[in-house]
Design a protein around this ligand. Structure first.
Ligand SMILES: Nc1nc2c(ncn2[C@@H]2O[C@H](COP(=O)(O)OP(=O)(O)O)[C@@H](O)[C@H]2O)c(=O)[nH]1
Ligand SMILES: [Mg+2]
Length: 399
């Protein structure tokens, strides 16, 4: 028995993990198995605070995939709105539904990758929970992959004839077009919508690219296409991007940073780890912070140079720590007391880095290295030390 098209249950009510879960889930009909054949497709859905969208999503999948042996793997990053609790109730009633709950971690790409790896299906589809991806397209994607064994990926595209971005405001449209262009020209990927979050792929295509994928990013498709050791064969199927059903978008400044870092990683990643690049970029911002504080301290605060310089070092270190915690180590961000102790350890480690910086630069300059080369060499040694040391002392996970 399929779900009604717009379930009238108030799923958002009741708060996280309350008795409301049971009654909300109990109001849903038990879904019939749509096919008894071997599992063919895993629909992987990343979620963060999508409780209110789950019933609608399952209903639309049920209709779109009638007759297909599919399962739903929802990868939830410990949403405070109780998404996982409701999913567990739904899973008790429908064995096709599974919830993979990750605690203490965030990240869209990593969530999708783990969801796919948790399934035995030969085909995976990645779909957002909020209804923006037209689930009806899944049948056409499946058909295309069934019909052509040489095809690796079927992509839902917003930027081909017949596709569209719906009610997006002009600014977001422009941003998306710019990002798409940048991704196409920097990576050489020749698909119309490399930033699409809606696609279906074969297990073999995932496994080929697996070890080159970044788990921190937001743009898994672009990463898959560029990390694959052989060019993937794709088909693009147009669809209209719909408005979000309930809740809020998680696209924010950090996501834009992740995207920028993904592009830089595609250019330089062969030689340098992506985190080091992000760490160095934050460090460059830190130089600006340092100079701004130094100048303000001297001009407005009337501080002597040495005092203003010391203040600038402390402020720049603190802002570097905060930005790295927010951007470079977003997926293992420190909070509460661990953030405070992390800041102290960061300052300690970076003080040693600063000493190494000055020591190396002084030694080179003394040996006739010239101020520029000696200065830059000092910065390089200091940055690499700071990166390595803080990765181990500040953001290392207990094993
Ligand atoms: N597991 C997980 N899912 C996420 C995370 N960030 C976003 N999502 C989910 O990814 C999908 C797309 O996110 P959304 O906020 O709609 O992005 P937008 O469509 O670009 O505005 C939604 O289903 C979100 O719930 C995350 O850090 N972890
Ligand atoms: Mg969305």
């Amino acid at each position: 028995m399929p779900l009604p098209s717009a379930p009238s249950i108030e799923l958002a009510a009741g708060g996280a993990g309350t008795a409301g879960d049971q009654s909300a889930a109990a109001a849903l009909p038990v879904l019939a198995q749509s096919s008894s054949g071997p599992l063919e497709l895993a629909v992987v859905v990343p979620t963060f605070n999508e409780r209110a969208n789950l019933a609608g999503l399952i209903g639309r999948l049920d209709r779109a995939l009638a007759g297909v042996a599919w399962e739903l793997v929802v990868v939830d990053d410990d949403s405070p709105d109780g998404t996982a609790e409701l999913l567990h109730e739904l899973a008790r009633r429908d064995p096709r539904v599974r919830c993979l709950r990750r605690v203490g971690r965030r990240g869209l790409s990593g969530a999708c990758i783990e969801g796919m790896l948790s399934s035995g299906a030969p085909l995976f589809a990645v779909v957002d929970a909020d209804g923006q991806h037209d689930e009806a397209l899944l049948a056409a994607m499946l058909q295309a992959l069934r019909a052509d064994p040489a095809l690796d990926v079927a992509i839902g595209t917003r930027y081909a004839e017949g596709g569209g971005v719906g009610d997006w405001q002009q600014q977001r449209q422009r941003l998306s077009h710019w990002a798409t262009r940048a991704a196409q020209s920097l990576t050489g990927v020749a698909v119309s919508d490399p930033m699409s979050g809606f696609f279906m792929l074969r297990r073999a295509a995932l496994h080929g690219a697996l070890r080159g994928l970044s788990t921190a990013g937001f743009k898994l498709l672009l990463d898959l296409l560029t990390a694959s050791p052989r060019p993937l064969r794709v088909i693009e199927l147009p669809y209209q991007f719909r408005p979000r059903q309930a809740g809020e978008s998680k696209l924010d400044l950090r996501v834009s940073w992740d995207f920028l870092m993904l592009l830089v990683d595609k250019l330089l990643g062969r030689w340098l780890p992506a985190r080091l690049i992000s760490f160095a970029a934050v460090g460059s911002l830190g130089v600006l912070v340092h100079l701004a504080v130094l100048r303000t301290g001297m001009l407005l605060g009337g501080l002597p140079f040495v005092t203003a310089q010391a203040l600038a070092v402390a402020v720049a270190m603190a802002s570097n720590f905060e930005l790295n915690n927010l951007l470079t180590y977003r997926d293992q961000r420190l909070r509460g007391w661990r953030r405070l102790s992390g800041l102290l350890k960061f300052m300690l480690a970076c003080s040693v880095g600063a000493a190494a910086n000055v020591g190396v630069a002084g030694w080179l300059e003394h040996g006739g290295g010239g101020w520029l080369v000696s200065g830059l060499a000092g910065v390089l040694v200091g940055t690499v030390w700071n990166y390595g040391a803080t990765a181990h002392i500040v953001w290392s996970r207990p094993r």
